[in-house]
Design a protein. Structure first.
Ligand SMILES: [Zn+2]
Length: 307
């Protein structure tokens, strides 16, 4: 069945077809990309706004880090998000200042998450850096968030003292954890706090059977599909993913993952691409993945522990 938001002319974004990129790729080619970004954004901002009939989208995985805000001021960034037809956007940034700039510009649109990184260079070192904790504590004391993350953690590192403290802070403040890592890390966090709420970034880049098995074990685990090309191609949802979405209609959500400034190009394109494959699913399932599941996840947060 075709719905009004189905856009047959939309093609899969180049970003979504690419293989998942690791932290090393995040800084590659940045200079050249920045120059192109300004040109491309001028075009995007001039593009017609999203059709009112389009499916609204909650984008659960956006970053607005120091090099992005230098290129794309908050007002223009918000205009870009609105033109993509995004209803709400969960943002975390290196440093958190980027998130606060966007939130100040559009508190109705931006859902702030506290990233532990002060610069993007901390992706691989933060979990052994005790100075991260006072940084998080001071931000938590002065700003409001729905989550801590996105942070990167794998395997036994999830049981290191810094990560344990992050899990405890999330519990204390009633926050989600936006975790980019493997199944082992997810299990270790739930081992520390069985009542934790985790948004599993990129569904761990795990296979659909592995994702399903992990979701079965943890009712308070959600997954974003950011930077994955495998759920659909040419507007058709892959069979394994259709089964996965059908088994867990309430746990998946979308994300663009603007991990580098040039990724902001893809926000409208990614939204159009996602609407196209969502149209291949029954409407309630499509709406769940598009925005309802993310809202329900926010509503399922635990209350903060009274001091
Ligand atoms: Zn990310």
């Amino acid at each position: 069945m075709r719905r009004p938001y189905h856009r047959p002319e939309a093609s899969g974004p180049a970003s979504a077809r690419a293989a998942p990129a690791g932290p090393a790729a995040m800084t590659a080619g940045l200079g050249a990309a920045l120059a192109g970004l300004a040109v491309a954004l001028a075009g995007l901002l001039a593009a017609p706004s999203a059709d009112a009939a389009e499916l609204p989208i909650f984008d659960a995985h956006v970053h607005y880090s120091h090099d992005a805000w230098a290129t794309l001021p908050p007002k223009e960034a918000v205009a870009l998000l609105r033109r993509a037809g995004l209803k709400r956007v969960m943002v975390s940034s290196s440093s958190d200042e980027g998130t606060q700039k966007l939130f100040a510009e559009a508190p109705d649109l931006i859902v702030p998450s506290l990233r532990p990184y002060r610069t993007r260079n901390e992706i691989g070192t933060w979990v052994r850096d005790a100075s991260v904790i006072p940084h998080l504590e001071s931000r938590l004391a002065s700003h409001r968030y729905v989550a801590i993350g996105e942070f990167h953690v794998y395997g036994a590192d999830a049981d290191l003292p810094v990560m344990r403290r992050v899990v405890a802070l999330a519990r204390q403040h009633g926050l989600l954890l936006h975790l980019h890592g493997d199944v082992d890390a997810v299990e270790r966090v739930f081992g520390q706090d069985p009542g934790a709420r985790i948004l599993w970034a990129h569904a761990g880049f795990a296979s659909p059977p592995e994702v399903r098995a992990t979701l079965r074990r943890h009712p308070m685990l959600w997954a974003d599909l950011a930077f994955r090309s495998d759920p659909a191609s040419d507007g058709r949802v892959a069979a394994e993913w259709r089964e996965t979405f059908t088994e867990f209609p309430n746990r998946f959500m979308l994300g663009t993952d603007t991990f580098s400034p040039e990724r902001w190009w893809y926000v409208p394109e990614h939204a159009a691409w996602a609407r196209r494959w969502l149209a291949d699913l029954p409407a309630p399932l499509a709406e769940g993945i598009a925005w309802r599941n993310a809202e329900a996840m926010l509503a399922a947060r635990r209350p903060p522990i009274a001091p």
